[in-house]
Design a protein around this ligand. Structure first.
Ligand code: XMP
Length: 320
């Protein structure tokens, strides 16, 4: 069932037909819910789900306060153009409350997982009477969780968690046999625009995975601004993924002739096929300097910008 389908052996037309039939069979006459974040995996699942279930599927965008700049509006508009209605659910207070005082990476992930699945989704599912949550878990998520590298936000069964028991609903995972490159092909076959199926990956814990230490509203805002700069300036780099990370330590800098004990942002940019291994992209130094200059100008408080040059492994793609 969960046997890998590589991008090379994937027949997208047959895959879509099979998964549409499986989703229909799993949901039966009942309704289902899915959370769309705007990333490749959840966008592809949304299109598959809509093919299978039409109006029986309710698609929500959970505004957790941890997403990239302007994301909710962008996602709603994009899917509206494809005839899919997306509802925005504002859960910012709940997420920041759960993250308050939490600094350990795994505890941060756990706080987000619990808030997402138990509180926000638990409530939506109870209110709507749905029994199913459709979700874009992919093979790499499972492998890295099982290997104990990181606990992915959306992996349960392999950790011995029964979603039915823990949250009161079943999870349908149509992309579980694919890796990112396969998902992109399926997304394209389902008519998603290139800005979605070619979009760089973004982690489930969102910008909280890019803040070392406590993810407060203020610190998330800082990394959000830095992310906007990095994504704008590296859009043409053709790298697999790029990101800004806010460090916890402060460093001495100077601004307007005065000492400024300021923030440090780390830039990461990766070459990779499937995220299992990755190497830092050999970006031109001029480009690195432009990114640093723009971050320093646009993001208040930043006095230092570094570039990560360690490969995965031993590094991981995200910092938290
Ligand atoms: P790592 O950081 O484990 O990331 O090398 C591998 C790929 O998965 C993406 N991704 C996540 N990473 N937690 C993560 O740590 C998540 O919940 C998650 N969801 C997706 C990550 O961006 C990278 O492409």
């Amino acid at each position: 069932m969960n046997q890998e389908i590589t991008a090379g052996e994937l027949n997208t037309r047959r895959f879509v037909e099979e998964k549409v039939a499986e989703i229909k069979a799993a949901a039966g006459a009942g309704s289902a819910i899915n959370a769309l974040s705007g990333g490749v995996d959840s966008s592809t699942v949304t299109m598959l789900g809509h093919r299978a279930l039409g109006n029986q599927l309710r698609t929500v965008f959970i505004e957790n306060g941890l997403m990239r700049e302007g994301e909710a509006g962008r996602v709603v508009e994009l899917f509206d153009r494809m005839g899919v209605k997306v509802e925005v659910v504002d859960a910012r207070d709940e997420f920041f409350h759960a993250l308050s005082g939490v600094t350990d990476p795994e505890e941060k992930r756990e706080a987000i997982t619990q808030t997402f699945y138990k509180r926000v989704f638990g409530r939506l599912v109870r209110e709507s009477g749905s029994k199913h949550l459709l979700q874009g878990t992919i093979l790499t998520d499972i492998e890295e969780t099982v290997a104990g590298i990181k606990r992915q936000h959306n992996v349960f069964e392999q950790l011995g968690i029964d979603p039915q028991e823990a949250f009161g609903y079943r999870i349908i995972e149509p992309l579980i046999q694919l890796r990112k490159d396969g998902v992109r092909l399926v997304g394209k076959a389902l008519g998603l625009p290139a800005e979605v199926f070619d979009r760089i990956p973004f982690p489930g814990p969102a910008l909280a995975a890019r803040v070392i230490g406590e993810a407060t509203r203020e610190r998330i805002e800082t990394v959000r601004k830095a992310t906007a700069v990095v994504e704008r300036l590296l859009a043409g780099s053709r790298a697999f993924q790029f990101m800004a990370i806010l460090h916890e330590d402060r460093v001495t800098g100077m601004r307007d002739g005065k000492r400024d004990f300021g923030l440090q942002v780390e830039l990461r940019c990766w070459d990779s096929i499937d995220a299992r291994t990755a190497r830092p992209t050999r970006l031109p130094f001029d480009l690195l300097e432009s990114v640093a200059g723009e971050i320093i100008r646009e993001v208040p408080g930043v006095v230092s910008v570094t570039y990560n040059i360690a490969p995965k492994p031993p590094s991981t793609i995200e910092a938290v």
